[in-house]
Design a protein. Structure first.
Length: 198
């Protein structure tokens, strides 16, 4: 699942980088030549709509979304596990609802042959189809995680359920930051070591 999230994260990053370059080019051309590429705002809207489900998926798989655990961490182990399973289940249901809404929107667009109310008059079926694919990717990940959480709940494996689906403790976050800092320092030291050896 981590590889899946990494691939979607790379797609998200590439899309946002391309959008940033496009906006930069549009800004420079407007300032320097008083011209416009035209439709950059429209393309930006499509990019955000498509990238959002990809970002949702990465946050969900890597447990990087914000969860307030002030009360949660004081609850008994079993109660924490049930709440974590419930959180996974409700996120899976939300993903399914969003996918249903997306499918309905794409079907309506196809039925009416809808086009964007912009100078480009883009047939909306094209960006919405890509949006549907992105939303399907998010829903697939949510479904897999929901099944995993429910499986751990049914087996009564409270510790594994809390470890996989629970919010990070302050100590966990500190350990992750220290590990990240250690890796960055190693990467910075590598060129110096290569220079010393030569």
């Amino acid at each position: 699942m981590n590889i899946y999230a990494r691939i979607l994260g790379l797609l998200f990053g590439a899309m946002m980088l391309l959008l940033a370059l496009l906006i930069t080019a549009e800004t420079v051309i407007r300032k320097a030549f008083s011209m416009s590429l035209g439709g950059v705002d429209e393309l930006g809207g499509y990019a955000i709509a498509i990238a959002a489900p990809l970002a949702f998926c990465v946050a969900m798989v890597e447990q990087s979304h914000i969860r307030i655990n002030l009360v949660h961490m004081r609850l008994p182990l079993r109660v924490q596990a049930v709440l974590n399973a419930l959180a996974a289940l409700t996120l899976g249901l939300l993903a399914a609802f969003l996918l249903y809404f997306t499918i309905q929107t794409v079907q309506d667009t196809q039925l009416y042959g809808s086009i964007a109310q912009t100078p480009r008059a883009t047939p909306l079926i094209y960006p919405q189809t890509v949006w549907l694919i992105a939303m399907s990717a998010f829903t697939l990940a949510a479904a897999v995680l929901t099944v995993q959480a429910m499986g751990l709940l049914m087996r009564g494996d409270w510790r594994a359920l809390n470890r996989r689906f629970g919010p990070s403790s302050t100590q966990d976050e500190l350990d992750a930051e220290l590990e990240d800092l250690k890796q960055r320092e190693q990467h910075l030291d590598e060129p110096q070591r290569e220079g010393d050896s030569s």
